[in-house]
Structure formats: structure tokens, C-alpha cells
Write a protein that binds this ligand. Sequence first.
Ligand code: ZN
Ligand code: ZN
Ligand code: ZN
Ligand code: ZN
Length: 260
Amino acid sequence: MFLKPMDTAASELLRHTLLSDLECPVCRQYMLPPISLCVNGHNICKSCKPNMKHCPTCRHPFTTIRCLSLEKLAAELDFPCTYQTLGCKETRRAKLITQHQALCPYGTFSCPLQCRVRLSREALVKHVKEKHEQDIHEWNERVQYVKIQNYDVTKNYTQVILAHNEVFVRSIKVINDIWYFLTQYIGTEKDPGRFYYTVSFDSKDHEDTFIKITHGCRSANEDENEIYSTCKCIMLPVEVIKYTVVDGELSYYFQIKRKA
Ligand SMILES: [Zn+2]
Ligand SMILES: [Zn+2]
Ligand SMILES: [Zn+2]
Ligand SMILES: [Zn+2]
């Protein structure tokens, strides 16, 4: 038997119908695997699920079951870039679209300093300079001595750093007795890991360097919690470096470099 191939218009129509089935009912973004189910079979995306106590459609609880049929379908489709309305024409498979979006030239970035507005990189730099002057640091290549007064391990510390004519976000956070030092790059450079940061601590008597660690920067459009859970930043047990907090002040050396 001979099956007539679908014409382009018909297959585009089918693709759009399938894509609309993959829209998350909460954020309206396309659901990419893992896609979760509620007890009545409604779906939700992986970003919205942790923020919802129950299914937004029927108000019943979610299950731990994944919707494998929808995930399989998602794997076969080309997804438009989330910045489509801003002019991006890229489409990619589910596995690759998030990678593209993290570095899409049309991409926007949310303000890392609480207000969370989404802006283009240029607009974000302007916004941060106007609204968060105290949390912005203009640095060069040199090693910087960082001091955080009244350091509180239960708090997260976020600062915007301007260096190498680029914009970075530096976060310090403690989760389950592990100290996470993360630096994210805000921009569309293909490889954020071309920028790397070094964190080092003096020994107790300040005679020597006790520990010095270097790590590549991550994109600011990567999910912070996913970076922490997959260990893609500098991590140190609190026990090992807690001596560096003296009279409530945390101090360490920090540097951002660009690979040649
Ligand atoms: Zn969602
Ligand atoms: Zn439901
Ligand atoms: Zn794009
Ligand atoms: Zn802001």
C-alpha cells in the first residue's frame, strides 16, 4: 500500500495542533519532559509543578507518574523558540530548545535582584544601574577581596558584576550545609563557560591560601536550582570554611576571567 506524504501545509497544521496540546495550563510555555500528571490526568510543566499545591485545572493532587505518551510526542516535535514574539525564528527538538533559549540573541533575562522583571541585556544593565546601585560592582580582571558584613548563612546573597564589558550575577547560598558559589553570565555568548570564576580563602592565620577553586560560568537563563542540584558550580562544605566568618563578616577572594 502506498501512503501519500502529507503536504507541508497539512503537516504544519498538525504540528501546531500538537504544540497547543503541549501548552502548560499555568505558564502557557510548552511542556518539555518530564511532564507530570494529576490524579485526573491533567498535565503541568516541570517549572510550574513545584509551585502548585494541587492541579490548577481540577484542584486534585498531582501524582509522581509522568505522562510518557505526551513526552514521546514532545520528543518528535520541533518547538519554536520562546522568544518567537521578539523575532527569533529558530525551532529545535525538545532536547535542544532549552539550550538554544539560554543563549538566544533575542533572549531576555529576569532581574536577579528580587524584582524579576524580564528585559533585554542592555535594558537590564540600565535597570540595575538605576534601581539597584548598591548591588552592582564594576570590576576589572584583578582579584577582588570580597567582604560581606553581618553574614547570615540562612540568607542568599546576589550581586550583579560588570566585568570584561559583560554582565554577571554572583550568588552565594547555603543548602544542607553546603556552600554554593555560583556565577552566571547574562548574555548571548555561545559558551558562557568561556568566562570562569575563582573563589579562594586565606588560611586561618592569613599567611597562605587555604583553598582556591575555579569553575566555568553558567548562563543566567539556566535554572538556578537545577545548577545546584547537578553540582555545576563551586561547592564547599560549610564545616570546612566557616572559620572565614569572623565577627559576622565573610571574606574571600573572587575573580572572573575570560579564556583566551
Ligand atoms: Zn508551566
Ligand atoms: Zn487535574
Ligand atoms: Zn531563539
Ligand atoms: Zn531589578
